[in-house]
Write a protein that binds this ligand. Structure first.
Ligand SMILES: [Zn+2]
Length: 274
């Protein structure tokens, strides 16, 4: 699932490699998918998209937002975006396929669930997750400073939550999900089950520093190694705690990394460091 580092990486790649290209054909909802959602009838997507030119893209939380000359496109986490050369090949299954005048194409494939949203300008697109992602400061921005972070965790309703729920649910921090969370907590030497109200002042500061530095490192490296970019290449940030490193030695102390189910997903921890 893409999170902030991957949304930013994909948006940068779309801006760099697709800006200026005009859509000549659109195929939407060709492969049936129970958990793919659209805006309005996808049968109308070609009318909105054909003849439209890609202007730019940006990452907004876990969304990749693409501005075209006539409309907007929004891809949620759970959507795989790939650029294909004019010679192909193109994946057999996809939820959206745009072909450009030079023969290259962009496919969007929903894995488990995800949104492939297109709306005509200047019609608004109302979605609470998207609005939150736009309204709140990105954890990579200067506005997301230590005072902001502490205020975010200060309400009593948040203080009683475990760190996993406090940091990676409710879009409290746009773009931060359970994937990025694992290395952030490992760097801060804190367990996902640890409650916010159990943290010392120094631990809170350590967590803030780890969150900023880890997300920045992941973004600068072009996303995490567990996710793929626009060209199908894994990101340059080697994830320390994930499914692939389960049972392998902790890079800090050598204890085997442990996987457990917690709050509707897996968490990976070092039993010694955390
Ligand atoms: Zn360790």
């Amino acid at each position: 699932m893409i999170e902030l580092p991957e949304a930013l990486t994909l948006a940068n790649q779309i801006s760099e490699f697709l800006a200026g290209k005009t859509v000549v054909s659109t195929t939407a909802a060709q492969s049936p998918h129970k958990f793919a959602w659209y805006h309005g009838d996808p049968a109308n997507y070609p009318t909105k998209l054909n003849g439209s030119r890609i202007l730019s893209a940006r990452g907004q939380g876990m969304f990749v937002e693409v501005a075209l000359s006539n409309c907007m496109l929004l891809f949620s986490d759970g959507v795989n975006l790939r650029l294909h050369p004019s010679a192909g090949p193109i994946p057999a299954k996809h939820q959206l396929l745009l072909t450009f005048e030079d023969g290259t194409s962009l496919s969007a494939s929903v894995a488990m669930y995800g949104g492939v949203v297109c709306w005509a300008k200047p019609e608004p697109f109302e979605n609470s997750y998207y609005e939150t992602a736009q309204a709140k400061p990105s954890p990579l921005s200067e506005a997301f400073d230590e005072a902001y972070f502490r205020a975010l965790l200060a309400p009593e309703s948040v203080r009683k939550l475990p760190l996993k729920a406090a940091l990676a649910t409710e879009q409290r921090i746009p773009g931060l999900g359970n994937g990025c969370l694992q290395d952030i907590l490992w760097e801060a030497r804190l367990h996902p089950r640890c409650k916010v109200n159990a943290l010392s002042d120094a631990e809170l500061q350590q967590l803030y520093i780890s969150l900023k530095l880890t997300l920045r490192e992941m973004t600068q490296a072009g996303g995490r190694s567990t996710e793929k970019d626009l060209f199908g290449q894994p990101g340059g940030y080697q994830v320390r705690l994930c499914a692939q490193t389960k049972g392998k030695p902790c890079p800090r102390c050598g204890s085997p990394i442990v996987k457990e189910a917690y709050l509707g997903g897996s968490v990976y921890t070092c039993p010694t460091c955390q």
